[in-house]
Design a protein around this ligand. Sequence first.
Ligand code: PAF
Length: 279
Amino acid sequence: MIIAKTVPELRLAIKQSTFRSLGFVPTMGALHEGHISLIQHAAQENDLVVVSIFINPKQFGPHEDYYKYPRDLDNDLEILKNSGAHILFLPEDDVIYQSGDEVEIRLPQISSILCGKFRPGHFDGVALVLTKLFNIVAPNKAYFGQKDYQQTILIKKMVDYLFWNLEIIVCPTIRDEDGLAKSSRNRYLSNEDRKSALSLYTALCLAREKSKTCKDVEQLVREAKAYIASVPNVVLEYFEIRRAKDLKSINFLKEEAVALGAVYVNGTRLIDNILLTES
Ligand code: PAF
């Protein structure tokens, strides 16, 4: 696997590769089975796979975990060795953000709801870094996990609005055996915390089960929230059910819908979601 640290190095590595289709998996490192599955999907569908590791400072709020976000490059390199990735793009901050760089990419509607309401600026940071990364890597397809559902909707809309000739592929959430969605932030959780963290997935499953007979969104949300409130050591940030294709608010389940939530367990923020039609 080639490691490129600058834009010219990356462009040269891509230019020197023979390929028909380039698949791109952007990450912030601390790689786990969720990332591996994205890389495997990319390797199945493309003959050149580029992975990036860049902890994007612009998508963290001032009081968030940017400084303590897990960094484990040795382990990431070990994982990437046999993953199907051909090129790793590993830029420093000043490769992505040049001094005096004042460019902004905003999708105000999607960025201000759900996670965006509680993490102002987060999705602006995601949109900006992906704009830069897509322009640097120029992939044919880019791969993201369903766990970050709102992020996937934001990216699809951004690609659409900016006329990028790029296909966004959303891959299923990878879960531990107990159902907890794989996340780099799970490393912060003790065994006890994990039990509390599972309350979000259990509430999502309850909502999905109940939605087979009850179509009233308010009632489904109320019951899911009551369940989470009954579990010790969990602070609910939000739990909502929205239209799946664009995250618009709904009162009744008619079209495909998604239940999404965020909780804090012992200071660690976790998100998860489930399509209400998922089996
Ligand atoms: O999902 C992530 O890990 C990040 O938001 C992404 C897409 C790599 C952008 O920094």
